[in-house]
Design a protein around this ligand. Structure first.
Ligand SMILES: [Zn+2]
Length: 90
């Protein structure tokens, strides 16, 4: 099952964006859709996502199953052409 979640910092409330991937997958396997264009997933030694602002712990919120998973290659093409929006993929 593919699931979708929003990543939010538990410490400062910073919204990083959305992620999608197989349920139970490691962070590296997830497709990341940042809210702020240049944000990257910062992963600590324990495989947890860190907040780019306060280095607090970021946890997935609102995990829901996805019927049509994102294709990472299509996302990449959409970014090159500059037309990517978060709503476009659904
Ligand atoms: Zn934070």
């Amino acid at each position: 099952m593919i699931v979708h979640a929003e990543l939010t910092c538990m410490n400062c409330g910073y919204e990083m964006g959305d992620v999608e991937g197989p349920k139970g997958a490691s962070v590296k396997e997830l497709v990341f859709l940042p809210v702020h264009q240049d944000d990257k997933l910062v992963i600590d030694r324990r495989g947890r996502v860190q907040c780019p602002h306060c280095h607090g712990r970021v946890l997935p919120q609102g995990v829901t199953p996805v019927r049509r998973p994102l294709d990472p290659e299509q996302l990449y093409e959409a970014k090159i052409d500059g037309t990517v929006t978060r709503g476009l993929m659904y």
